[in-house]
Design a protein around this ligand. Structure first.
Ligand code: MEZ
Length: 548
């Protein structure tokens, strides 16, 4: 039996007390009233962290000068290269001969990188994947709730398109969104062919669920470990292709460009020795993921340990424009208690199956499947201005996610079956989520914007492609759940094919080097940027690395 600590017990009891009434309302088809469009906008403006003025500043240099981005990111984009590289550049030294050469260098070993590497190799290219940690250590494996694909009769890519555009406040690039939704059904078939196991009915029909802000049920899941299962089949496929080699523990720290301004490889820095390795490539695919581990505004994060914006740093130095980076995704329900899991996800699939968000009195204050930015803003208001959050002795506050509701609605056994990962994880910590609600607060989850790309993952630099969370334009100012797992595969596969074509037709790069850094370094010097401000950061550092 679960015993909650004293400071949670009274409030958790209120959740139990109001459950019968909430269930009865649900059975009558009544839901908590959704906000009007104008109320949504006002709520977000007032309470969402994207609108905290002291959390952002305009970029003072580079291709997207004046773009407003989180201050922590601005400080990394306007930072010096790692010291050995800065010295090479300042001394105008010739780079040592390459340690390795390949047709395509894929930087990043998560879902987007794997999808790109697989399709490039299948198109005949020799591919090297380089990853900061191990293959698969990425936000892909952290994704729990599922992937959106419009494949059922009552749905269509057109409907999916409208949801993505609306969820992003009509700020997404329509051509990218069209590509996303149109490629979806093909990606689903591809994953099944690779052996990915999805939740299905005994008839073999795919189970689909609602996510926040979706007009149709189109979320396809593998229990609550969808990203992990996806990564399993991607890594297996990559391992089967002998034209793919993998370099673990070798994060890229600088791109190489050639005399014609084309991408030509990268410099890698081995962890932990710090040894630099030069890789020449005919084309480069950037698949480095996001920036959650920058802990913007002090928020906890659901992200994996290596999510430190390295790709944005390298791309920006190489002159590439960025977009939509002011807008970050704070997943409404990150863990508050137990503290050792703080910031990790309580998947939106819980809410897709009926779990409700409640304040300390056990009352609903927001429709649980509003788009994420709306739900997040409502929780921040409830805990802050309205003082209706549950407070922990350490000062953290949170709201309840009434997970036991799910078994009341769908029958006993549903929680265990649909959430095998979280069910076991919490049981090990003495919390039976069939019996007790869990405490949640928004957690930094996803980088909505990034490097500007075209539909085939091409960037503004010849030979440089980008896919996955490092890119911008698909989700605009706000992503709906389940579109990240789809995006990494749609654009990863496209980038792989396009890069293989480029590599096959473009010959060797001429004099790969880091000449593109020279004007950047001059600007840093002119702005008197402190020399201790260094990027990429590679790892979060926690207490050891100062945040400049
Ligand atoms: O797309 C996501 O961010 C996702 C599926 C998260 C989740 O709540 O599980």
């Amino acid at each position: 039996m679960t015993i909650l600590p004293d400071f949670l017990r009274d409030s958790a009891k209120k959740v139990r007390t109001t459950r019968e009434t909430r269930l009865a309302k649900r059975q009558r088809g009544e839901t908590f009233e959704r906000f009007s469009l104008s109320d949504r906008r006002a709520l977000i403006r007032e309470y969402h962290p994207d609108f905290r003025e002291d959390g952002h500043r305009p970029l003072a240099m580079g291709a997207s000068r004046d773009l407003i981005v989180p201050t922590e990111l601005a400080n990394l984009l306007e930072a010096w290269p790692r010291p050995k590289i800065a010295s090479l550049c300042e001394e105008r030294a010739t780079l040592p001969p390459p340690d390795m050469a390949t047709d395509i260098l894929v930087i990043g070993g998560g879902g987007a990188g794997c999808a790109a590497a697989i399709t490039a190799a299948e198109a005949g290219a020799r591919v090297m994947m380089t990853t900061k940690l191990r293959l698969g250590d990425s936000n892909t494996v952290m994704a729990e709730g599922g992937m959106q694909v419009a494949d059922h009769e009552c749905d269509s890519p057109a409907q999916h398109f409208l949801d993505v555009m609306g969820g992003g406040h009509f700020t997404s690039d329509p051509a990218l969104v069209e590509t996303l939704v149109m490629d979806g059904p093909g990606v689903l078939r591809w994953l099944e062919d690779l052996g990915m196991l999805f939740d299905k009915y005994p008839t073999g029909r795919m189970k689909v669920r609602h996510g926040g802000g979706t007009s149709r049920k189109r979320l396809h899941a593998s229990g609550d470990v969808t990203g992990l299962e996806m990564m399993r089949v991607l890594a297996d496929r990559a391992a089967c292709l002998d034209t793919i080699t993998v370099q673990p523990f070798h994060p890229a720290v600088e791109l190489l460009t050639d005399d014609n301004g084309r991408a030509a490889g990268a410099i890698l820095e081995e962890i932990p020795s710090g040894t630099l390795r030069v890789v020449h490539a005919k084309a480069v695919i950037l698949a480095t993921g996001g920036f959650g581990r920058l802990h913007l505004q002090g928020f906890p994060t659901s992200n994996h340990y290596g999510a430190t914006a390295d790709g944005l740093v390298m791309a920006y130095r190489a002159g590439l424009p960025l977009r939509d980076l002011k807008d970050c995704q704070y997943h409404p329900t990150g863990v508050v208690y137990p503290e050792k899991l703080a910031g990790l996800l309580l998947t939106e699939k819980f809410r897709g199956l009926g779990a409700q968000i409640l304040n300390r009195h056990g009352d609903e204050f927001v429709f649980s499947l509003e788009p994420r930015d709306v739900t997040t803003a409502a929780i921040i208001r409830e805990c802050g201005e309205f003082a209706n959050g549950v407070r922990l002795p350490g000062g953290e506050t949170g709201v309840w996610l009434d997970i036991p509701m799910i078994d009341y609605i769908h029958g006993r056994g549903t929680i265990e079956r649909e959430f095998p990962g979280r069910f076991k994880e919490y049981l090990r910590m003495g919390l039976d989520i069939r019996q007790v609600p869990l405490l949640a607060y928004p957690t930094l989850h996803y980088q909505n914007g990034g490097v500007v790309i075209w539909q085939d993952g091409k960037t503004d630099m010849p030979g440089l492609y980008a896919c996955g969370e490092v890119t911008g334009g698909i989700h605009g100012h706000n992503r709906l759940m389940g579109n990240a797992l789809l995006e990494i595969l749609v654009f990863g596969r496209r980038a792989g094919v396009a890069a293989a074509r480029f590599a096959a037709s473009s010959g060797e790069a001429r004099n790969p080097g880091i000449g593109h850094l020279e004007p950047f370094l001059e600007e840093l010097a002119a702005m008197s940027v402190p020399r201790e401000r260094i990027a990429p950061r590679l790892l979060p550092g926690y207490g050891r690395v100062p945040h400049y």
